[in-house]
Design a protein around this ligand. Structure first.
Ligand code: FES
Ligand code: FES
Length: 219
């Protein structure tokens, strides 16, 4: 059967119109329907309300700003940060709570973002490496990592910096080699930059220089 034209003699066929509309509008329609179906939640399950399994509207506090997202409750905070909010500093390596590449702060304490659901983070302050310092005003730990060459491929570095910055703030000048090793034991570096990380941590903390290891160690 011949396709009917729409829009007059110079118009397009009904098939082309529908195909065009489908291609152009599919994403918007999908996003619209997800938004329309989304359930509002405060994350607390107030009144025994169950969130999900469909998409849920959430507001997260990330680096001091309220960020609104629509995501299913099963979505991890790491995926939301990286894919929904375009904050790709936290890295997805093991995705199993083992390597620490995804470390962020939740209410000022380091956590594996791959082990936290975004919905669980509602009402908590999330800090990512992007919120720790800026290129013009680095956090002392970020600056110390550069000074002490505490990275090679850099994949573990954002997570290491987040944990180390927390340890420096927690211990200050009391930080020593053993404490750095203990506090960063949940972060793995496949390139083996541990001795440089320790040196950077002690420097950032203003700890005794003679506590710093030989920087060639481990290389
Ligand atoms: S990616 Fe989260 S701990 Fe490895
Ligand atoms: S610098 Fe390569 S994994 Fe740590």
């Amino acid at each position: 059967m011949a396709d009917k034209k729409v829009g007059g003699a110079g118009g397009v066929t009904r098939r082309a119109l529908l195909k065009g509309a489908g291609a152009a509008g599919a994403a918007a329609a999908l996003a619209g329907s997800v938004e329309a179906l989304a359930q509002e939640t405060d994350g607390g399950g107030a009144g025994g309300a169950v969130a999900g399994p469909g998409p849920v509207r959430m507001t997260l506090s990330v680096n001091g700003k309220a960020r609104k997202i629509v995501a299913p409750p099963r979505r991890t905070l790491l995926d939301v940060l990286r894919s929904d909010l375009d904050l790709t500093g936290a890295k997805k390596a093991c995705d199993r709570g083992t390597c620490g590449a995804c470390t962020i702060w939740l209410d000022g304490k380091p956590v594996y973002a791959c082990m936290v659901l975004a919905i669980e983070a509602i009402g908590h302050e999330i800090t990512t490496i992007e919120g720790l310092g800026t290129p013009d005003a680095l956090h002392p730990v970020q600056a110390a990592f550069g000074k002490h060459d505490a990275l090679q491929c850099g994949f573990c570095t954002p997570g290491f910096v987040m944990t180390t910055a927390w340890a420096v703030e927690k211990h200050g000048k009391r930080l020593d080699r053993q404490l750095v090793m203990a506090e960063t034991s949940g972060n793995l570096c496949r390139c083996g930059t541990y001795s440089h990380v320790i040196a950077a941590a002690l420097d950032a903390a203003g700890a005794a220089a003679d506590a710093a290891p030989d920087e060639r160690e481990g290389r």
